[in-house]
Design a binder for this molecule. Structure first.
Ligand code: UDX
Length: 431
C-alpha cells in the first residue's frame, strides 16, 4: 500500500517512519523546503530516540520518501494522513487553518478513490469540515476518517509500535477495511481497535489527554495539602495508584504539565464545550490548577532563598518539558526561569538536549555544559526536568562547588532526608 502523510512535525514524522518500518510505501510531505532537504539527507528535524535509525532505514530501503510535492504524493496514495499543526488560537480554540488549507489542496488533487484521515488533534466536528472542503474541490469519491495519535514524546516509536489501542473514526466500511489493513501488523498482535464515528474518535483524543492532565493536576493539588500537613505525597500517590481502578501512572507531582499537547488540548476542549453551551468545570479547574502550580514553584524558590530572589545566583537543571526530548513548548521550566530572571535572579542553566531551543527564548541566562558547571558558585540548584542523568549526581562535589548548599527538587527526584543529611537546605513538592 502507498500512503501519504502531510506535515512532517512530530506526529507526521514518527507515523511516516513507523509505517515505512511496517513495510508500507510512505511519502511524507511538507511545504518547508529546508525541513524536507534535511529529512531527505536522513537528518531528523526533531529529537526522538530511535527515529534517525528508522528514517535512514526507510530511505535506504526505498519505502520512505520526503517531498514538497503534495500533488504527486496525493496522486500515488490510497490513504492520506493529515498531520499538520493545530496550535492554540488566542481564545484557546484549536487553530484549524492548516487543516483547512491541506484539505482544500487534497480535494483538488484527488485522482481516484482515497481515504483521507485526520491524525492531527482536532475538535469534534473537524472531520465533517474536512469532508465538506474536500467535497467542494474533488471530482471523485473519497472517505474521511479520524485516527488520533496517542504518542508520548521521547517514547513515540515504542508507543506507535505497541499502542494501548488504535482508534478509527469512520462510518464507511470500505475505508475501515483499508485502515485495518494498513494497521494489520498491530491487529495481528492483538492491539485493541475501537471503531467508532469520526466525531467520537475526535473527542476520544481530547478526553484522554484531558483525563491524564486531570490526574496530574489532582496530585499537584494534593501536594499542596501535603506541604501544609507535613505529609508525603509520594506515599499518597503510591497508595492511590495501587488501587487498580486508579492506576499508578500520571500521579507524579511537579511544576505542572507542559508540552505540545496537554496545555493546548485542555484549552481547546474547554473552548469546544463553551461553543456548545457546556461549561466543562473539571477541565477548567485542571487548567487553573496547572497555572497555579507554576506560581507555587516560584513561591517555593523565593522561600528557600529567604524571601529575596534579586541578585541571587541560581542554577537550573532541565529546560525541556520532560526528559528525552528537546521540546520546550509550554515547558514549566521555561516559564519558571523567565520569572526568576524577571525577579532579578542571576540564572545559569543546562539541559542534555534543549539548550539550543531554550537559548532562543531565554535571554539573560548563562547556559552551561553540565550539571557541575551549572552548580558552581550558586546559592540554589533547581531541578526542573527529571532527566536520568540527574538521578545520581555527586552531591559532595555539588556541595563543594555551590556558594550555599540549597536544592529545590521540583520533580521530586531525590529523597528529602538524603539531601538534608548531606547538609543541603531542601524543598520538594509535597514531601
Ligand atoms: C502526551 C500524551 O501522553 C500522549 O498520549 C498525547 O498524545 C500527547 O500528549 P507528551 O506531551 O509527549 O504526551 O508527554 P507526557 O509524557 O504525557 O507528559 C506531559 C506533561 O505532563 C509533561 O510536562 C510531564 O512532565 C507532565 N507529567 C506527566 C507530570 O507532571 N506528572 C505525571 O505524572 C506525568
Amino acid at each position: 500500500m502507498h500512503i501519504a502523510i502531510v506535515g512532517t512535525g512530530y506526529v507526521g514524522l514518527v507515523t511516516g517512519a513507523c509505517f515505512a518500518e511496517f513495510g508500507v510505501s510512505v511519502t511524507c510531505v511538507d511545504k518547508d523546503e529546508q525541513k524536507i532537504a534535511a529529512l531527505q539527507a536522513g537528518r531528523p528535524t526533531i529529537y526522538e530516540p530511535g527515529l534517525e535509525t528508522l528514517i535512514s532505514k526507510g530511505l535506504r530501503e526505498g519505502r520512505l520518501k520526503f517531498t514538497t510535492n503534495l500533488r504527486e504524493a496525493v496522486e500515488q496514495s490510497l490513504v492520506i494522513f493529515i498531520a499538520v499543526g493545530t496550535p492554540s488560537a488566542e481564545d484557546g480554540a484549536a487553530d484549524l487553518s492548516q487543516v483547512e488549507e491541506v484539505a482544500e489542496q487534497i480535494g483538488k488533487y484527488l485522482n481516484g478513490y482515497k481515504v483521507i484521515v485526520t491524525k492531527s488533534t482536532v475538535p469534534a466536528g473537524t472531520g465533517a469540515m474536512v469532508r465538506r472542503i474536500i467535497g467542494e474541490n474533488a471530482k471523485c469519491r473519497f472517505s474521511v476518517a479520524s485516527n488520533p495519535e496517542f504518542l508520548r514524546e521521547g517514547a513515540a516509536i515504542e508507543d506507535f509500535m505497541r499502542p494501548d489501542r488504535i482508534v478509527i473514526g469512520c462510518s464507511d466500511p470500505e475505508a475501515i477495511a483499508i485502515l485495518k489493513d494498513l494497521y494489520s501488523p498491530l491487529y495481528l498482535i492483538d492491539i485493541p481497535f475501537v471503531i467508532t464515528s469520526v466525531e467520537t474518535a475526535e473527542l476520544i483524543k481530547y478526553a484522554s489527554n484531558a483525563f491524564l492532565a486531570t490526574k496530574i493536576s489532582f496530585i499537584n493539588e494534593m501536594s499542596i495539602l501535603c506541604d501544609r500537613l507535613g505529609c508525603d505525597v509520594y506515599d499518597v500517590a503510591r497508595a492511590m495508584g495501587l488501587d487498580r481502578r486508579i492506576g499508578p501512572e500520571f500521579l507524579h507531582p511537579g511544576p505542572g504539565y507542559g508540552g505540545s499537547c496537554f496545555p493546548k488540548d485542555t484549552r481547546a476542549l474547554y473552548h469546544l464545550g463553551r461553543t456548545l453551551g457546556c461549561d466543562l468545570k473539571i477541565v477548567n479547574a485542571v487548567i487553573e490548577v496547572n497555572t497555579r502550580q507554576q506560581e507555587r514553584m516560584i513561591e517555593k524558590i523565593v522561600a528557600i532563598l529567604d524571601g529575596e530572589v534579586h541578585g541571587k545566583k541560581v542554577g537550573v537543571l532541565g529546560l525541556a518539558f520532560k526528559p528525552n526530548t528537546d521540546d520546550i513548548r509550554e515547558s514549566p521550566a521555561i516559564y519558571i526561569v523567565s520569572r526568576l530572571v524577571a525577579l532579578g535572579a542571576i540564572v545559569k542553566a543546562t539541559d542534555p538536549a534543549a539548550i539550543e531551543p531554550a537559548s532562543r527564548v531565554l535571554t539573560d541566562v548563562t547556559f552551561c555544559k553540565d550539571e557541575y558547571e551549572t552548580a558552581e558558585g550558586t546559592e540554589l540548584l533547581v531541578f526542573l526536568t527529571e532527566w536520568n542523568k540527574y538521578r545520581k549526581l555527586d552531591f559532595e562535589k555539588i556541595k563543594s562547588l555551590m556558594q550555599r548548599p540549597a536544592i529545590a527538587d521540583l520533580r521530586n527526584i531525590y529523597e528529602p532526608d538524603y539531601l538534608k543529611r548531606l547538609g543541603f537546605a531542601y524543598v520538594g513538592v509535597g514531601r
